[in-house]
Design a protein around this ligand. Structure first.
Ligand code: PMP
Length: 350
């Protein structure tokens, strides 16, 4: 090791899902939305004045923050935006998990949480999901440095009730609690109303799934004005201009089209419910997903083998070689056609 390497902040990075370069494939591996963004998003991009690229964007991201505040019926001071929810969550870890006690999160959850903990040297402890992959709220009652969970959880799709979240909050009044709601638009009750009651709660959302805008990179957090102010202080000490001009215009256009948003979600939920039935008939087992993916296991064939066989057909799903979940496949809900191709392959293969 060279001398300078002793001072390197060494990290084990997050591994994102594969983005294959194929022109024709069925891509069900990164929970993207199979439908295009709202028509207004294309219009915002088409009418964008490229000359404006000379200028820095609005550091307060006001058009987007205002649109989101109006949409959720809260004030602008309750909203923080970032470059995808990964950026927002990373900023939350940096800002709020600065104590000596370990932060808590489930053993099976979004695999970026332990990466940020590693990056920022935050001590952490994981709490096992129960056998049905549910979060056990009582596990989060012990003293800690903060709590983060995804609801619905990833990669399981399982939902925690609002009462469960409330009990976690009631037992964690002295630390920040983050509810990562990347998939909440596909089912379940949001913790958002609780931000009025708990000033230590942050609710984090993304445009990558329900708004079909993974490529644009927009995420946001909602919380009490004080907690959002702390987030902004950290952001303005890091990078004033996180949101570029096109993202701001496209994001605001998406928020303005509620009808399209609902229609797209309804379509995905209808496909998800149909695919659940088909997978069950084929003999798959899975937790009841309220997200845009199903985390499924098959008794007599290894998930890794099914994953490889699907890949050979250019059907991409996600497989995690990790304890407790190494016999599961995470299958994103695509279009009806895509799911039909997947099901007919499985019928032949199994
Ligand atoms: N949270 C969860 C639970 C996720 O699954 C993802 C998607 N990988 C994210 C956050 C981050 O999404 P994005 O950065 O695209 O907003």
């Amino acid at each position: 090791m060279s001398n300078w390497e002793k001072n390197v902040r060494k990290v084990v990075p997050y591994v994102p899902g594969e983005q294959p370069k194929l022109t024709s494939m069925i891509k069900l591996n990164t929970n993207e939305n199979p439908y295009p963004p709202a028509p207004g998003v294309a219009k915002a991009l088409a009418s964008y004045d490229v000359d404006k690229e000379r200028l820095y964007p609005d550091p307060t991201a006001d058009v987007l923050v205002s649109a989101l505040a109006k949409y959720h019926g809260i004030d602008k001071e309750n909203v923080f935006v970032g470059v995808g929810s990964d950026d927002v969550l990373s900023m939350c870890f940096l800002t709020f998990f600065n104590g000596e006690r370990p932060i808590l999160f489930p053993d099976i959850t979004y695999s970026f949480y332990d990466v940020w903990a590693g990056l920022y040297r935050i001590p952490y402890k994981t709490k096992a999901l129960d056998e049905d992959f549910n979060i056990v709220p009582e596990d989060y009652f012990e003293e800690n440095g903060g709590v983060v969970f995804a609801n619905p959880n990833a990669p399981t799709g399982a939902l925690m009730s609002l009462e469960g979240i409330r009990t976690i909050l009631e037992h964690n009044r002295d630390v920040v609690v983050i509810a990562d709601e990347a998939y909440i638009d596909f089912g379940g009750d949001t913790a958002l109303p609780l931000i009025r009651e708990f000033d230590n709660l942050l609710v984090v959302r993304t445009f990558s799934k329900s708004r079909s805008m993974a490529g644009t990179r927009i995420g946001y957090a909602m919380g009490d004005k004080k907690i959002i102010k702390y987030l902004n202080d950290a952001k303005f000490s890091f990078n004033s201009y996180t949101m570029n001009r096109t993202s701001l215009a496209m994001g605001a256009a998406s928020v303005e089209d509620e009808e399209y948003f609902r229609k797209t979600i309804d379509r995905i939920v209808a496909t998800r419910e149909r695919v659940k039935k088909e997978l069950k008939t084929l003999g798959f087992t899975f937790a009841d997903s309220k997200s845009n993916f199903i985390f499924a296991s098959y008794k007599t064939k290894k998930a890794e083998d099914i994953f490889t066989a699907l890949r050979e057909e250019n059907i991409f799903v996600r497989y995690f070689k990790k304890p407790r979940i190494d016999n599961y496949l995470r299958i994103t809900i695509g279009t009806d056609e895509e799911m039909d191709t997947l099901i007919s392959f499985l019928k032949k293969y199994l």
